[in-house]
Design a protein around this ligand. Structure first.
Ligand SMILES: Nc1nc2c(ncn2[C@@H]2O[C@H](COP(=O)(O)OP(=O)(O)O)[C@@H](O)[C@H]2O)c(=O)[nH]1
Ligand SMILES: [Mg+2]
Length: 381
């Protein structure tokens, strides 16, 4: 191995990792790798390129062996698995760069645009960058038939509930490794279809998306691996994403039911203790009884799988969260009543919004703090 290569191999982690899923792309790799390396070099970006091959058997291994003599390329060959999304995840998990880029091997995505994606991700208010066909300045090669164009548009529209991005279906994107690692540890990354970018955007909670226009070319050599089955998988994938997005809803409903029952307990306790105690003391006692009632049922029913902390710690934290929740409820309702004339006329509506805000606060604090699951349980492992 030459001294230069040796130095490159033992050097510090690269700033950028480019992951290229490749299945039977032996003809395209000798074109994309030099073009990509040149673009990265011109932008002075220290990078590694990871090609994830699924045992193509078309000479990919030998070609990558040759290319890696000259370029910062690493080949990952999976022998027992196949599939675009899992190949991308395989590469992302092995990447060492702070910035992760994913792109196709077939030269549909111009490698010269990679530095622009990296630069866009550098901005503080951006956590996901798409090489986009559908923003001003972007486009596709002329001979995309009406059917393919329509297909892409409908699929994009179907992704609307999850992202406002113009081209959420793109396979050319960038994100920070920290975003990826967090999602990989806490959510189950498991897309069934082709749309790994959409999966990552949703599960990495990347809301600040920037789109860099690209001209999407027809693949240089070979045939597309996209089948009708993948399109059906896309619909299943959207279903799973919807489930993921609504994953807190059943718990929130249980929490609300417990809260409602707590109000009844509060009133009953108040009525019962009035005979014996002065009003301020009776109120305080009733609130405490209701809070304890809510704690008991939330621990037993809403968050029954919570194991992270002992019961006394949970009880103290729950009471603390409820008190802060009461302040939130009070602040929101009084704030609305004070600032907006409509609520001045209908203070009851302001109170309802305050109660909703306070309940949401209590719910978030309860699920994230009080009844937190241990991290291995959270990851479903
Ligand atoms: N490792 C791996 N790569 C794949 C697989 N299927 C597709 N790819 C790669 O994913 C990229 C996009 O696939 P392509 O067939 O061009 O899809 P299209 O652009 O939607 O027609 C290409 O680089 C493919 O080589 C797979 O099963 N395994
Ligand atoms: Mg392609």
């Amino acid at each position: 191995m030459s001294a230069v290569l040796e130095e490159r191999r033992v050097a510090a982690p690269p700033a950028v990792s480019v992951i290229i899923p490749a299945y039977r792309e032996a003809e395209n790799l000798p074109v994309i790798i030099p073009r990509l390396s040149e673009a990265l070099g011109e932008a002075h970006l220290a990078a590694e390129i990871i090609v994830v091959d699924d045992y193509s058997g078309d000479g990919t291994r030998e070609i990558c062996g040759d290319l890696s003599q000259q370029y910062p390329l690493r080949l990952e060959t999976r022998e027992s698995e196949r599939g675009l999304s899992s190949a991308v995840l395989h590469g992302l998990r092995r990447a060492r760069g702070d910035v992760l880029i994913v792109m196709d091997a077939d030269l549909s995505h111009p490698p010269e645009k990679v530095p622009e994606l990296v630069e866009a991700l550098d901005e503080a208010d951006v956590d996901f960058v798409i090489g986009s066909r559908y923003v001003h300045g972007g486009g596709t090669d002329e001979d995309w038939g009406l059917l393919r164009w329509l297909n892409s548009k409908v699929a994009t529209l179907m992704a609307r509930p999850f992202t406002k991005a113009a081209d959420p279906m793109a396979g050319f994107f960038a994100l920070r490794r920290t975003s990826f690692r967090h999602a990989d540890e806490t959510a189950e990354l498991n897309p069934i279809g082709y749309k790994i970018g959409l999966e990552l955007m949703v599960k990495c909670n990347c809301r600040r998306v920037r789109e860099v226009p690209i001209q999407f070319s027809n693949r240089l050599h070979g045939k597309s691996k996209l089948s009708l089955r993948e399109q059906l998988n896309y619909v299943r994938h959207l279903g799973r994403l919807a489930e993921y997005k609504l994953r807190h809803l059943p718990k929130l409903l249980k929490f609300a039911v417990v809260g409602a029952s707590g109000s009844v307990v509060d009133l009953l306790a108040f009525a019962a203790s009035l005979a014996l105690l002065p009003v301020p003391v009776a109120r305080a006692l009733a609130i405490w009884v209701a809070m304890t009632w809510n704690f008991y049922w939330n621990r037993r029913w809403t968050f029954f799988e919570s194991r992270e902390h002992g019961i006394l710690w949970q009880y103290a934290m729950f009471c603390g969260a409820c008190l802060i929740g009461a302040v939130v409820s009070w602040g929101v309702s009084v704030g609305l009543w004070h600032l907006i004339p409509f609520f001045n006329e209908y203070p009851i509506v302001a109170a309802i919004i305050g109660i909703i805000a306070g309940t949401l606060f209590n719910f978030v604090a309860s699920s994230r703090l009080v009844f937190r699951k241990s991290s291995s349980e959270a990851a479903g492992r």
